[in-house]
Design a binder for this molecule. Structure first.
Ligand SMILES: *Cc1c(COP(=O)(O)O)cnc(C)c1O
Length: 396
């Protein structure tokens, strides 16, 4: 049987995926599962989604040939400029798609959880766009750590509700959001921000983000006379920018797929988020996937200098890509990522998000052939990370 890297009818990618949810949540998830494909393939939906991606987000994002970076590493490097999207990253592609789905389902109220606040801002943005009520759950500690994003969400009209339980961070915010959804099953849609969660979320988010690889194909055709690169490379937190970057290449065997995770202070340091190396099969956020956990199944607190990669799991598609060997996984430390971010700034005049800097550090670990076409997802811009760069490099 031909291996497929896409989701099957039951919501699985090989061993991973599914919908492991409390019974009380079943009606909400089932409503979405039974309708998402029909809604998102309806011509009116497709037209509105594409129009907003064009006029509001600013798509297509450029595919930029990075000349100086290419010279330095003796290969052909293209950067897919998701950093130029409205709100500064790829996350908006997904929130636009999900708010349209919510409207088609007749929902009036949007909830979301956020860690660093990037997904919260992307959600608050589309709620303002559509005039919908928006509640964002965020750990109390994260609210303190991420004050500028909290201010953005408030300015956009969202209510930010603190999660006060547990470690007062992302997973506690997720628990609060799930509790809210159980209590408000009819009028509320829960916007998940990465390619994770119970089926159909990983597939739905991947489809919305797949515009990235769709554009890469036609842009490469124009620039290189062929639509397939030799490699596509992306950083992985939950895995949404990566899933979108890989999507149209999954079954193109000649395209190498490279995933870059955060090694934090080192894979074996006890302070990392290198899930493909450290994770075991487990359940998080409603799906079965690779998860960093103790021997008795307690989720291990992840660590990365980059807030967007600081997650103890990966989406089920990526767990499957790791297990089948379809993707090569690399782990990049904080310090290597920071150096790669500085290097891109100096070589190309582009200050990347620290998440993206991890993907850019691939050249330190792998060499490519001179005429290889290597496409890297530049998932976001570095404005939000300026203070981290300033402290790290003593730039003040
Ligand atoms: C959130 C974020 C990520 C990580 O999320 P994925 O779902 O893995 O893509 C990566 N880069 C940027 C700029 C982000 O904001």
């Amino acid at each position: 049987m031909e291996t497929t890297y896409n989701v099957d009818e039951k919501g699985y990618y090989g061993d991973f995926g599914g919908a492991y949810i409390p019974e009380m949540l079943y009606p909400n998830v089932e409503e979405l599962r039974s309708k998402y494909l029909e809604i998102t393939s309806e011509p009116g939906f497709v037209k509105e989604f594409n129009q907003l991606l064009k006029d509001y987000v600013g798509r297509p994002s450029p595919l930029y040939y990075a000349k100086r970076l290419s010279e330095k590493y003796q290969t052909k490097v293209y950067l897919k400029r998701e950093d130029l999207n409205h709100t500064g990253a790829h996350k908006i592609n997904n929130t636009i798609g999900q708010i349209l789905v919510a409207q088609k389902l007749g929902k009036k109220r949007i909830i979301a959880e956020t860690g660093a606040g990037q997904h919260g801002v992307a959600t608050a943005t589309v709620c303002a766009l559509m005039g919908m009520e928006c509640i964002v759950y965020m750990g109390e500690i994260d609210i303190k750590r991420q004050a500028p994003n909290v201010a953005r969400m408030k300015m956009l009209g969202a209510e930010v509700r603190p999660a006060l339980s547990g470690s007062k961070t992302l997973k506690d915010a997720t628990n609060e959001a799930i509790r809210d959804w159980i209590n408000n099953p009819t009028d509320t849609h829960y916007i998940i921000g990465s390619a994770i969660g119970p089926h159909p979320y990983p597939d739905m988010v991947t489809r919305f983000q797949s515009v990235i690889s769709e554009e890469i194909k036609s842009q490469l055709q124009e620039k290189e006379g062929r639509s397939n690169p030799d490699y596509v490379i992306a950083c992985i937190g939950g895995g949404s920018n990566a899933a979108g970057t890989y999507y149209h290449f999954l079954d193109e065997k000649e395209v190498g797929i490279i995933a870059v995770e955060a090694a934090g202070k080192g894979v074996d340091s006890g302070h990392s988020a290198a899930t493909s190396k450290l994770g075991k099969d487990g359940i998080i956020h409603g799906c079965k996937t690779l998860l960093m956990q103790t021997d008795d199944g307690q989720i291990t607190e992840p660590y990365s200098i980059s807030a967007g990669l600081d997650y103890p799991g990966v989406g089920p598609m990526h767990a499957h890509l790791a297990r089948t060997g379809r993707a090569e996984f690399y782990s990049v430390t904080d310090s290597d990522a920071m150096e790669a971010g500085l290097e891109l700034s100096k070589l190309e005049g582009i200050i990347p998000a620290i998440e993206t800097s991890h993907a850019l550090s691939i050249f330190k670990q792998k060499s490519f052939k001179k005429d290889d076409v290597v496409v890297i997802s530049l998932s976001g811009r570095g404005d939000k990370d300026l203070n981290t760069y300033i402290d790290y490099f003593n730039l003040a």
